[in-house]
Design a protein. Structure first.
Length: 260
């Protein structure tokens, strides 16, 4: 497995096919900080873990805490403590309410007193989440998210910094733009990596979620850091199922990071 990365602009040129989904937590969670591959596998597991499974007992989930985030104000997140570090995972869009919050980019940005203009759908519920995290967990913390969860991570890391407890690291996959330059500048001292899945022809083949919301005045959304390109090709069934968003599939990110 790959160890933790420190670069912001590394490109993996290898390509593979298929879209395997992890059905269990990764093993060998040892060492000072787990790898980005293991973080990706935990995010895949978070997607696959259902409410029916969670009702059988938290210990079955493998996480130390798991909130399915149901309803219009819900936000799915979980955490796991490994070697004294609390890893916090924010899931992407699954429910109707998740998708509705994604589409709120067309609305006027929410203007936060400290963070500046931010995506109103991503911001919804994150201030409450930050307080919940501070109450339930101890630092140091690492944040990780995919899709909507990645956008929320950008706002969450800034809110934790504002509270005096910035995360050690934020790792994002298929990250949409969460805010304007004010947000990016405020969190600039927090170490981060953000991955984008791409194909052979970047113009047509890449994770399109990383392109939105668009950077068009007056709504000038930006990414906080350069995106790290990695590559895992979706197979034919996945292309048919997800169409233009087939490169966004979270298991492909785990697959791409598994390439030596």
């Amino acid at each position: 497995m790959r160890g933790p990365r420190t670069e912001l602009s590394t490109t993996a040129n290898e390509r593979t096919s298929g879209s395997n989904s992890a059905s269990r937590l990764p093993s060998n969670l040892k060492g000072f900080m787990i790898s980005d591959l293991q973080i990706a596998e935990l995010l895949v597991f978070q997607y696959n873990y259902s409410g029916e499974q969670l009702s059988t007992g938290l210990e079955e989930s493998g996480f130390d805490y798991f909130d399915l985030g149901k309803g219009p104000h819900g936000l799915c997140w979980s955490y796991k403590v490994v070697d004294g570090i609390t890893y916090i995972f924010l899931r992407g869009s699954v429910s109707f309410w998740d998708w509705l919050k994604d589409l709120m980019a067309a609305a006027n940005p929410f203007d936060h007193d400290t963070l500046g203009p931010v995506h109103p759908g991503f911001e919804m519920g994150v201030e409450r989440l930050s307080k919940d995290i501070l109450a339930r967990t101890k630092g140091p913390r690492v944040l990780a998210g995919h899709s909507l969860g990645a956008g929320r991570c950008r706002i969450l890391e800034a809110l934790l910094k504002e509270a005096g407890e910035p995360p050690l690291l934020t790792v994002c996959f298929g990250e949409p733009r969460a805010g304007f330059s004010t947000l990016a500048a405020y969190s600039a001292d927090i170490p981060t990596r953000s991955y984008r899945n791409t194909g052979g022809n970047f113009i047509r083949q890449h994770d399109l979620v990383t392109d939105v919301p668009f950077h068009l005045p007056p709504e000038e959304y930006v990414h906080r850091c350069a995106l790290t390109d990695i590559s895992a090709e979706p197979d034919v069934p996945l292309r048919l199922k997800l169409s233009v968003f087939c490169y966004h599939h979270m298991p492909l990110y785990a697959q791409a990071l598994s390439i030596p």
